[in-house]
Design a protein around this ligand. Sequence first.
Ligand SMILES: *Cc1c(COP(=O)(O)O)cnc(C)c1O
Length: 427
Amino acid sequence: MSQTKQNYFIQANKFIVGGVNSPVRAWKSVGGEPLFISKAKGSKIYDIHKKKYIDYVLSWGPMILGHAHPEVISSICKTAKKGTSFGAPTEAETQMAQLICSAIPSVELLRMTSSGTEAAMTAIRLARGFTGRDWIAKFDGCYHGHADSLLIQAGSGIATLGIAGSPGIPADLARLTLSIPYNDLESLQTTIKNYGSRLAAIIVEPVAGNMGVVAPQDSFLKKLRELTAEEGIVLIFDEVITGFRFNFGGYQNLINIEPDLTCLGKIIGGGLPMGAIGGKRQIMEKLSPSGDIYQAGTLSGNPLAMSAGLATLHLLKSKTNSFPALGNITEHLCREMENLFSDKGIAVCINRFHSMFTIFFHEGPIYDLTTAQKSDTALFARFFHGMLKNGVWLAPSQFESLFVSFAHTDDDISFTLEACTAALKNL
Ligand SMILES: *Cc1c(COP(=O)(O)O)cnc(C)c1O
């Protein structure tokens, strides 16, 4: 757990708030000090002491091709030599936008940003500007980046009135955000009945990843689409995690539901900072400069991000037939892990959706934030450290999704299962 030789984390803490540039990297919920990384390649990530791990975090989602894919890296290098930022239009941006619009039918027009947070923030502003309404609704346990209106504490009960999830968010703003339990049709209906005409938007992770993996139940999203359409509420699918993860397109393609707006990020940036918002033309064209709802970014559509994103999306397009195999290898891993846990008599509920999964330390079923929070996080923390010791890099929190990439091999899976066996011995 402790850093040997030189204490990198102590050094980092002297100059960086909490020693990290994004809170969950600090390992607060599992204890110990975060390891520093020196490099990563394919399915492997290496710490600064040259120890190798099979990586199931994958930079929290973007690296679906594995780290440092040769074609992505060469594309970035080629682009870099021609300059890294112009603040003027490039052809690559059009190519990227065209590729995304062709892959996701509901996306007729697109705007690039530098992060998923900006995409979700813009979606909310756009929905408010378009509808002339101020209220929005989200679901408990869904994360849409850290913009004020979206960082609202997940509360229990029916349509909890927004309570700021962080100091610094004005209560007057927070009260305009309602939070509803995920997968709860009754709460959804009640909320729309009571607040429908005031709601600009409802935003949802169509497969939730940020309370751990929680899939939508049968008619949840279909009903959500129907009810929002009836009330003129802008439906926003936050596909920052799910976009291009299960297929070449959005999760929406698979279920045949068209949201009004879609947020993208992670995979589309191929490991460089990028997000995007897209959707129905009549809404999107309200953004400046074609409309008067303001949104901008010095590095938006950045050439390096475009080159990494384009290379990644082209590779994924060529792999359209390999997506099912990615789901299968993940299913195999999860099933074998389930067996190991059950042999050991430890109750877990592994929620898997295609190549995303979470091992909840609770017997389950887990279908919303309340049930997710029943997990034994202390036991999870011990498991995390056990896996780490045995060469497997998991997300340092119970409430995160793990990912399998196209670079993960059968040998990686076998190695992971052996590590799991070893970790369980000492759990
Ligand atoms: C990661 C994530 C975001 C935020 O994206 P950033 O690039 O970290 O700002 C938004 N929505 C979802 C669903 C995410 O998983």
